[in-house]
Design a protein around this ligand. Structure first.
Ligand code: ARG
Length: 281
């Protein structure tokens, strides 16, 4: 029998992975809840646009303080959900795969974001399939996790695979409150995710368990503040400040959780990640 030389497994030293992302955000200047396309939205309840702006600015400042490059797209009147920039597309390898929104209320956002991508010299690919960008596509290492169930069509999974030539893993969402992948699963670093098991069907769960046996399992309570809707640079993880168990789990593994309060934007069914579209050169 030959002995194999194995190096000791490295500790979960999250610090080594820290990057300085470039992101796109959209000021919630026209934010309100005037229609209902997810269970969080109650158009009959009032919203406070200036509070939304104030809370959003804290998120913006947090990113700037972390050294991120933050670009802004102009917010357009009549598009109250445009603040959720994550849905504006998917950008990787200098290619921007445009969004094609499921609900008519948000459809004009697709071309608006594509115009912005073009203005930055990105190679824009017009979508054929319905898809809501980084809401349903998340890059983990070299793999794209792609969800459907409520918004993005499964045909978009093939489309994104063809565009980037990367491995795409299809997942199925089953809980209408977690209608986008980024409300049910967070990418912490290139090999680590956190997710809410009850948001996925059995087949997807088996895939997640097998591929990410070391994942952080979120509590229902934290998910209900959209705690998973977070943005990580590989070390610093910006999360909803009310997601306290998630914060504790992250800290125990050596990450640096940073809590922000986006309660007003939660009225539209979005949190930290929804407000953040990563631009990967
Ligand atoms: N009101 C928006 C919608 O239902 C919220 C989008 C949140 N964005 C996200 N990436 N999950 O489409």
């Amino acid at each position: 029998m030959t002995a194999t030389m194995e190096t000791a497994p490295s500790p979960s030293a999250s610090v080594v992975h820290a990057t300085t992302p470039t992101v796109l955000m959209c000021r919630p200047e026209h934010f309100t809840v005037s229609y209902r396309i997810n269970p969080w939205m109650h158009p009959e309840d009032p919203t406070d646009t200036s509070l939304a702006l104030k809370q959003w600015t804290v998120l913006y400042d947090t990113y700037v303080d972390l050294g991120f490059t933050v670009h802004l797209i102009d917010s357009l009147p009549g598009l109250p959900d445009m603040v959720y920039a994550a849905n504006g597309g998917f950008v990787l390898d200098g290619i921007a795969y445009g969004a094609k929104f499921h609900y008519p209320e948000r459809q004009p956002e697709g071309p608006a974001y594509m115009d912005w991508f073009r203005s930055q010299g990105l190679d824009v690919r017009e979508p054929k399939a319905t898809n809501e960008g980084e809401g349903d596509f998340l890059l983990v290492g070299d793999t794209i996790l792609a969800a459907s169930g409520f918004r993005s069509d499964t045909s978009s999974h093939q489309e994104i695979a063809d565009i980037y030539g990367r491995e795409v893993v299809s997942l199925q969402l089953v809980n209408p409150s977690y209608y986008h992948l980024d409300t049910a699963l967070a990418v912490i670093d290139p090999t680590t995710i956190a997710y809410l098991p009850s948001a996925f069907d059995d087949a997807s769960l088996s895939i997640l368990r097998e591929r990410y046996s070391d994942a952080i399992i979120a509590t229902e309570e934290d998910a209900a503040f959209l705690g998973l809707n977070s943005f990580s640079d590989g070390h610093n993880v910006v999360i909803a400040e009310r997601a306290t168990t998630f914060a504790k789990d992250l800290a125990e593994r050596g990450y640096n959780p940073i809590g922000v309060d986006l309660s007003e934007l939660l009225l539209g069914g979005g949190g930290v990640k929804c407000c953040t579209l990563e631009l990967r050169a």
